[in-house]
Design a protein around this ligand. Structure first.
Ligand code: SF4
Length: 227
């Protein structure tokens, strides 16, 4: 597989936020979200075999625990990634998969927690979501909407209600987009959408979803990679 980095940090997003986690970041993405903070994954990376990646994961997490497969878009390397995820599960790791929602997810092992983006208009990629992926979701999984504006919020809210997702099993997370190339202070001023506005809109609409904050952007400086 083509890998950008393997590192240990705290999980910064999702309902697993705050837990120690080993990250395996794969190279390559076929989308170009306007606020993407992972453009360094688009090209390059090292070709490493699954056995070497597993050895590094075991070195970083010798006692098991949480491992996240992320990118880029990891499912572009599905042919090698699916057997690798099965291998990690067999070793006892709890596995998260971050994916854009554009690739088919039918063959992801059921034990994996899929964290699936639904891109909103502010990303410029909102027409790329693969609706069939909704049928693959289980109570282990999460749907994540990254929002840059009120328009994005309304798109997410209407998508959730139109597809009856509040009553479905997967967890729903609405998260303010972070300013691309943000540097300096660890502050909500780097958000494209004020979390307080988002909280008030969610409460006003009585939306049964979770407001998600990327906590790693407040623990470490926003420009730092590999944290
Ligand atoms: S899917 Fe993820 S990695 Fe790809 S462009 Fe969008 S935010 Fe960046």
């Amino acid at each position: 597989m083509h890998i950008i980095e393997i590192y240990r940090s705290l999980q910064g997003e999702s309902s697993f936020a705050g837990l120690p986690c080993t990250f395996v970041r794969l190279a390559g993405c076929n989308l170009r979200c306007a606020w993407c903070d992972s453009e360094y994954t688009f090209a390059g990376g090292h070709k490493i075999c699954s056995a070497e990646i597993l050895a590094e994961v075991q070195r970083l997490s010798p006692k098991g625990g949480l491992v996240e497969i992320t990118g880029g878009e990891p499912m572009l390397q599905e042919r090698e990634l699916i057997p690798f995820m099965q291998q990690l599960l067999a070793c006892g790791y709890e596995l998260l998969l971050e994916t854009s929602g554009e690739r088919p997810l039918e063959f992801v092992p059921r034990e994996v927690h899929k964290i699936v983006d639904v891109k909103c208009p502010g990303s410029g990629e909102h027409l790329r979501f693969r609706l069939e992926n909704l049928a693959t979701l289980t109570p282990r999984d999460e749907l994540k909407f990254v929002l840059a504006s009120r328009e994005d919020y309304e798109y997410a809210r209407d998508f959730i209600r139109c597809h009856g997702l509040e009553s479905k099993s997967a967890r729903l997370i609405l998260s303010p987009a972070f300013r691309k190339g943000a540097t300096g202070s660890r502050s909500t001023e780097n958000c494209l959408l004020d979390p307080r506005d988002l909280a008030e809109w969610m409460l006003a609409d009585n939306l049964n979803a979770r407001l998600g904050i990327q906590i790693h952007k407040y623990i470490w400086e926003p420009q730092l990679k590999g944290v």
